[in-house]
Write a protein that binds this ligand. Structure first.
Ligand code: FES
Length: 121
């Protein structure tokens, strides 16, 4: 079962939640279920307000599936380079910044950081 640890200045301390194995929820859905206040608006990969920084906390290699919307939005925000997109697609190396409404929880422990400002991470 993956641990998802949320870190933000909005919380007194980091909060770790246990995602359900085989869960297909997004990080944003997991956050909402646990009252973690990740800013969001569209929930559809189009506004960029749910920007998060993701750091793997174990050495499992998990694929880095990005939706087309996520790639386009991160690119327009200057949060991903063409090289990072290529590495994600070709080598399964995940980029640092993601959209919480597009990132589906996987069987990997991760640290999720966000500032609390829409689009801040
Ligand atoms: Fe709009 Fe995630 S809530 S991109």
């Amino acid at each position: 079962m993956p641990d998802v640890t949320f870190s933000t200045p909005l919380l007194h301390k980091n909060v770790t939640v246990y995602a359900v194995a085989g869960d297909t929820h997004t990080i944003l859905a997991v956050a909402e279920a646990n009252k973690i206040p990740i800013p969001h608006d569209c929930k559809d990969g189009e506004c960029g307000s749910c920007l998060i920084e993701v750091t793997p906390l174990d050495d499992k290699t998990m694929g880095a599936t990005l939706t087309e919307k996520e790639k386009a939005q991160l690119k327009s925000m200057g949060k991903i380079t063409a090289e990072e997109i290529s590495r994600a697609v070709v080598d399964d190396i995940p980029p640092k910044f993601r959209l919480a409404c597009q990132y589906v929880v996987r069987d990997q422990d991760i640290l999720v950081k966000f500032t609390g400002e829409p689009g801040g991470a």
